[in-house]
Design a protein around this ligand. Sequence first.
Ligand code: ADP
Length: 155
Amino acid sequence: MKVAVYPGSFDPTTNGHLDIINRASRLCDKLIVGVLDNKSKVPLFTVEERVAQLKEITKDFSGLLVDFARANNSNIVIRGLRGVTDFSYEFQMALTNRALDSDLETLFISADTQYLFFSSSQVKEIASFGGDIANMVPEIINEQLRKKLELKELN
Ligand code: ADP
C-alpha cells in the first residue's frame, strides 16, 4: 500500500491546498495530511481548529485519512510548488529530510494555474481588510476566518 504524507501549516486551508490534496490522493492508497506548527510563523488558528477544518472540508473525499501523523509507515512526502520562490525552500527541506531518513522521498506537485497566487498569509491579509476571499477558500474557512478576525478586533 502506498502511503504519502502532505505536511503543512494549513493556516487556513485554501483551495490551492485542496487541489493538491485531491490530486495527491489519486497517486496513493492513503494520504495523511499532517498539520504542523511551523516555528517561523505565528498561527491564527490552533492546530486543533485547523485539523477540524480539514476534516470537515475533506469529509466527502473517499479513501482519505486526515490525521496528524509524523511517521505512519509512509516514505512519500507531498509538497506543492507555486514557483521559484517556493522551490529553494522546498528543495532544501527535501534534501534535509532525506539526509535524516534516506528512505524518505519528497514528491512535488505543481500548483494549478488558477490557484498559483493563493497563499494562506495572503488570504488572511485580504480578509483582515474586509476583502472578498470567497473564491480562494472553502466556505467554512471563510466563515471561521471572519469570526476569528472579529474576535481578534474585540480583544
Ligand atoms: P508550510 O508552512 O509548511 O509551508 P503551508 O500551509 O504554507 O505550510 O503550505 C503547505 C504546502 O502547500 C507547501 O508545499 C506549499 O508550497 C503548498 N501550497 C500552498 N499554497 C498552495 C497553492 N495555492 N497551490 C499549491 N500548493 C500550495
